[in-house]
Ligand binder design. Structure first.
Ligand code: BJW
Length: 235
């Protein structure tokens, strides 16, 4: 039984949304098996062929907006825990879907951006978006075409709200990573930052990753996350 911490940072990755029907990146049938990362997830790829990038994100946005996609028991368990826990709680997600907010999580950072937002390259203003967009789509602020990009963080770009994330990591006494392969920096280094500050570190994943967490729980997130957080609440 884990003793109850006072300050918790949770990091989620694509694995938490897998059982909601959203593909992970690095599985054999995952997103990167069917798309070249450098074409669809780098600023250089976007500059070379914006239409390809728009289409990649249009497809994923359309999928996210279908009624079949909804938060699962793992998203719900995190929201319930946050609501009932009397300490500090920060949820950092690498995911660009909106399943954590739809499950009612509150203190949430999307470090790699959001699929349902776009940004004007002229003004940096950010807009909600539910529809497809392409190179001819006119920006809502400057009315120009070709000025909009997905509000996501590509390779080589700085993830969002890093100062706030680092502060929380340095002050937490428990760090929990859920459904992430630990392949992408800087998220892959969060457990080390927490460990240096003597926090206990926990991994919940379908399978073992290369990172050395203090505690590991293997299984589908819809089973492991509700069980783990329920036991933490009553510890
Ligand atoms: C389940 C499950 C179930 C499945 N239940 N579990 C050389 C060496 C080291 C670093 C670099 C390097 N060259 C460049 C870098 C830096 C680079 C990087 O890390 N590259 C590596 C690939 C080598 N990183 C960056 O460029 C980042 N920026 C940066 O570093 O800025 C500089 C800086 C930052 C901070 C301080 C100082 C300087 C930006 C990274 C941006 C990543 N963007 C993407 C796309 C976002 C938009 C979009 O969605 O399209 O983010 S890539 C993609 O990977 C996406 C994800 O958020 C991210 C992580 O993937 P995730 O979530 O881990 O998914 P998977 O598929 O890898 O894993 C799924 C896991 O779930 C698996 O473990 C399964 O087992 C598990 N699972 N089903 C439980 N049911």
């Amino acid at each position: 039984m884990t003793s109850r911490p006072r300050s918790i940072v949770v990091l989620t990755g694509a694995g938490i949304s897998a059982e909601s029907g959203i593909e992970t990146f690095r599985a054999s049938e995952g997103l990167w098996a069917n798309h070249h990362v450098e074409d669809v997830a780098t600023p250089q790829g976007f500059a070379r062929n914006p239409q390809l990038v728009y289409e990649f994100y249009n497809q994923r946005r359309r999928q996210l907006l279908t009624p079949e996609i909804s938060p699962n028991a793992a998203h719900a368990a995190l929201a319930k825990f946050e609501h009932e826990f009397d300490g500090e709680f920060l949820l950092v997600t690498q995911n660009v879907d909106n399943l954590h907010e739809r499950a009612s999580s509150q203190n949430l950072i999307h470090m790699h951006g959001e699929l349902l937002k776009m940004r004007c390259l002229n003004s940096n203003l950010i807009f909600d978006v539910n529809e497809d967009f392409d190179y001819d789509t006119r920006c809502r602020c400057c009315r120009s075409a070709g000025n909009l990009r997905p509000q996501v963080v590509w390779f080589g770009e700085m993830p969002l709200q890093m100062n706030r994330i680092n502060r929380a990591l340095e002050n937490c006494d428990m760090f929990i990573a859920i459904g992430t392969s630990g392949n992408v920096y800087p998220a892959s280094g969060f457990y080390r930052t927490a460990k240096i500050k003597k926090a206990s570190t926990v991994e919940l994943n379908l399978e073992q990753t290369d990172s050395s967490f203090d505690q590991r729980v293997y299984g589908p997130a819809t089973e492991s996350v509700p069980l783990f957080f329920e036991s933490l609440l009553h510890s």
